[in-house]
Design a binder for this molecule. Structure first.
Ligand SMILES: Nc1nc2c(c(=O)[nH]1)N[C@H]1C(S)=C(S)[C@@H](COP(=O)(O)OP(=O)(O)OC[C@H]3O[C@@H](n4cnc5c(=O)[nH]c(N)nc54)[C@H](O)[C@@H]3O)O[C@H]1N2
Ligand SMILES: Nc1nc2c(c(=O)[nH]1)N[C@H]1C(S)=C(S)[C@@H](COP(=O)(O)OP(=O)(O)OC[C@H]3O[C@@H](n4cnc5c(=O)[nH]c(N)nc54)[C@H](O)[C@@H]3O)O[C@H]1N2
Ligand SMILES: [Mo]
Length: 767
């Protein structure tokens, strides 16, 4: 039997034999299938699966009193009925005693593809049915950038699906400069599903047509698909200085587009006064930026002149804004591309994340497909998503966000499904301390991730091939009938089924289910999307036909798009979403907030997690933590594809030969990577593809503490978030600052502790 199924990294024909998933064959039309699918057949039955409901021993004995035992105590497996009753009782007690704002239900995380069983939506819907929860704003992906852009050029969510299509760039672009490169490993992934991986094809098309590429990144293979690309190996976190220097050259040499600046921007004078040094006595010249970025001043000047002379697109990777003052590189990019005056032209302008996902610039803009209604949340409390530890540690404390003051709620209960904070959040040792605060922590998981191990009650969830669902990605033009292919393992249940049972126990099943079973929901959600489909010119067949066919591809839009074409042609008729309707090189509104670290125009302030800072004398290597090539975040780290990439069982870390030699480190040695926040083990790849002073370690290795539950213990496996700072990008965006991390590295000469993350935690019989 073979049936198409959808993952965040591609569509596959799943092969099933004797009730077991035995193969994941890429669909024929996928131009560059992702290998990650190969982790599924073994992965979904691996020892890491959660098979039965499990309760932390101390919680079963003494409830909240034992919360210090999170992460260290063994679990007791219980019957479903008991687990459901326990969870329902605590949710009910907490909401009635402390109010719904004391329930943290943000539940950030990617879950699996599939629109109905989207775990985060399921939690939100459940909690909303019972009075709501404290929610989160923005994402780990893009918070700083997403908050600054509306002041400078407009909402990211509006611009993202309108990015100039690759096909247009292939015809019109001459110079493609990318800060953070174009790592095609990231384009394996697309939120909701990737149906045809076309990014490597298009990059190749551009290269064949003579487009010149410049990779501005500490890592050469961030543009590994274009061997001829020029590499400008700057220090991490110095991009803003480089962009300001490029602006300086354009202004000082009169190369900027005066006409475009006059008609399409506001605030040029304030910005150029800063760039030219009239406000602070420091011209932001190439000579100024060169030692900050550790690149050649002449190379910067030449680049600025080339950019002005050609049809140039300047792209930025999202990672640049996952940093202290991460707003600034995005703001500076807007300024730089505005001065170049090519915004709205077919081959030039601004790029916000080409190759970060498969859909950016692919030209497939479909409609927003089926989605589970989450209900209404009457609780006003929220946090910017990356402030979770601060919220738990400082109830009642004030914080600023996007120009307004707020207060952290007092959280008593955390409910999570479909995410992994012990993967995604910074400074895990601080998170462990924060995690001891709430009275109860409930997690639905398919696998024994650290998130599950640090919970009080873990409820075993199904994975996508164990249930019926609809796969659909708004930006990738397809829909899949994701049919149940195998029986759920152990006692795993769908999140929907679990929430239905808890709702019934809490006395109102209908509030959550509206009386629909899974197939009735799928049909309902499918039909509910007809209107949105029609408005985008897509006509969908009846549900039964879709379900029988198994896969739909929508028509391509009639005409490829050019970002901000209308605005360029007539800024009055097609204003931007900024306060003035134009590009703002200086924002009065932002200026009025009075944030020194994020003022009215792009600025460079050195941070203390930067190679140019005194802290680098103690921790002389800048660690950057990109998305992993072999998995999606932490998902399927236990799978074959990811595990095959490990070095002596540890996560690989790239290091420059000079830095390795200076420490007596050889290729494939295991090292201890540390700073004042913690220590991890990693396996070294010695390569000249990363500049000196920088190490690159992907995110997503499952946190594997030597002494589980203990603050400050060694992570045996290589989770970089043990080392990253839990500090906000700025008061504006409050984004995570994962990329701003200084470390030291030494060879590990001790015996290698065994990796234990991929099996279940210790289980004991009922006390
Ligand atoms: N240092 C550093 N940290 C980072 C980043 C970085 O660049 N550097 N990047 C950040 C970014 S961009 C992101 S988006 C985040 C990602 O962070 P997350 O989205 O939290 O990471 P995932 O590993 O995708 O976690 C999803 C979890 O959901 C579970 N799951 C999947 N399907 C289901 C389901 O149907 N039901 C239930 N109950 N569970 C399910 C999976 O098993 C997995 O454990 O990480 C952030 N963290
Ligand atoms: N295979 C795979 N693909 C994915 C994901 C995954 O988990 N696996 N996750 C998806 C998600 S959720 C997201 S949000 C996107 C994220 O997309 P991005 O944020 O763009 O991706 P990253 O890999 O974090 O960073 C891209 C590159 O930026 C470089 N970089 C880091 N710091 C700096 C700096 O200071 N300056 C410069 N110039 N370059 C720097 C790094 O070398 C890195 O390779 O990726 C998506 N794609
Ligand atoms: Mo992300």
């Amino acid at each position: 039997m073979s049936s198409i199924t959808t993952t965040h990294w591609g569509s596959y024909r799943a092969r099933v034999e004797n009730g077991r998933l035995v193969g994941m064959d890429p669909v024929e039309w996928d131009r560059d299938p992702s290998p990650i699918g190969q982790s599924l057949p073994e992965g979904i039955t691996a020892p890491a699966r959660v098979l039965r409901p499990a309760v932390r021993r101390g919680f079963l004995e003494g409830g909240a009193a034992s919360r210090e035992g999170r992460g260290s105590e063994p679990f007791v497996e219980v019957e479903w009925d008991e687990a459901i009753a326990l969870v329902a009782a605590h949710v009910d007690r907490v909401r009635k005693t402390h109010g719904n704002s004391s329930i943290f239900g943000g539940s950030y995380g990617w879950s699996s593809a599939g629109r109905f069983h989207h775990a985060q939506s399921q939690v939100h819907r459940f909690l909303n049915a019972f009075g709501g929860y404290t929610y989160v704003r923005d994402t780990y992906s893009n918070a700083a950038g997403r908050r600054i852009l509306p002041y400078a050029i407009g909402e990211l969510d509006t611009l993202r699906p309108k990015q100039t299509n690759w096909s247009v760039l292939a015809e019109h672009c001459e110079l493609f400069v990318s800060f953070g490169g174009l790592p095609t490993r990231n384009a394996q992934v697309n939120p909701g599903g990737a149906n045809d991986h076309a990014v490597p094809y298009w990059i190749d098309q551009l290269a064949q047509r003579g487009v010149e590429f410049v990779n501005v990144s500490p890592v050469r293979d961030d543009m590994g698909t274009v061997p001829s690309a020029q590499w400008l190996p700057l220090r991490p976190g110095s991009d803003t200085a480089v962009m300001l220097a490029l602006c300086h050259t354009l202004i000082a040499e009169g190369l900027y587009d005066r006409a475009f600046v006059a008609t399409h921007t506001v605030g040029f004078d304030r910005f150029s006064d800063y760039v030219l040094g009239r406000t602070d006595g420091q011209p932001k010249s190439c000579e100024w930026a060169a030692p900050l970025a550790d690149v050649d001043a002449q190379a910067l000047r030449t680049l600025a002149r080339r950019m002005a002379a050609r049809r140039t697109l300047v792209n930025i990777a999202w990672s640049l804004q996952r940093a202290l003052q991460g707003e600034q590189p995005f703001f500076a990019l807007v300024a730089l591309t505005a001065l170049l005056g090519q915004i709205g032209t077919p081959g030039g302008g601004i790029g916000l994340g080409y190759s970060a996902f498969n859909d950016i610039g692919n030209g497939r803009n479909g409609f927003s497909g089926p989605r589970l209604p989450q209900g209404r949340n009457p609780v006003p409390d929220f946090i910017p998503v990356a402030r979770i530890s601060d919220m738990l540690l400082n109830p009642g404390a004030p914080f600023e966000y996007d120009g307004k003051p707020y207060v952290y709620p007092d959280i008593r209960l955390i409910y999570w499904a479909g995410g992994n904070a012990f993967h995604h959040h910074q400074d895990i040792n601080k998170l462990i301390r924060a995690w001891r605060r709430p009275e109860a922590i409930f997690v639905h998981e398919a696998y024994w991730t650290a998130q599950a191990r640090f919970a009080d009650v873990v409820l075993p969830a199904t994975v996508m091939v164990e249930r019926d669902d609809i796969g659909s990605a708004s930006g990738d033009g397809f829909m899949t009938a994701m049919k149940r292919l195998v029986q759920p393992i152990g006692q795993a249940r769908d999140d929907y089924d679990i929430f239905t049972a808890i709702s019934a126990r809490m006395g109102d099943e209908m509030a959550f289910t509206e009386g629909r079973d899974v197939m009735q929901w799928l049909k309902f959600l499918y039909e509910e999307s007809f209107g949105r489909a029609e408005s985008m010119g897509v006509s969908l067949p009846p549900f039964e036909e879709f379900w029988a066919r198994g896969h739909l591809e929508y028509e391509w839009p009639a005409r490829p798009q050019v970002l901000l074409e209308g605005f360029r042609a007539d800024p009055a008729a097609h204003p931007l979403e900024t306060p003035s309707g134009r590009i703002e090189l200086f924002s009065e509104r932002l200026h009025a907030y009075g944030y020194e670290e994020c003022p009215g125009h792009p600025v460079w302030h050195p941070s203390d997690e930067f190679l140019g800072d005194a802290r680098a004398r103690q921790f002389p290597l800048h660690m950057i933590t990109p998305q992993p090539a072999t998995r999606l975040h932490s998902q399927y780290d236990h799978g074959k594809v990811s595990r095959d990439s490990k070095i002596q069982g540890r996560e690989p870390m790239k290091m420059n030969p000079d830095d390795a030699a200076a420490r007596g480190i050889r290729h494939h040695d295991v090292v201890r990577v540390f700073n004042d926040r913690g220590a991890i083990l990693a396996g070294v790849i010695v390569t000249p593809d990363v500049r000196t002073g920088v190490v690159q370690l992907s995110t997503g290795a499952w946190y594997d503490p030597l002494e589980p539950g203990l603050v400050g213990t060694l992570d045996k496996h290589g989770n970089p978030n043990v080392l990253t700072p839990d500090r906000p990008s700025s008061r504006l965006g409050q984004g995570c600052a994962a990329q701003s991390t200084l470390v030291q590295v030494e060879r590990w000469n001790g015996t290698l502790p065994e990796i234990t993350a991929f099996g279940p935690p210790p289980m004991v019989a009922r006390p």
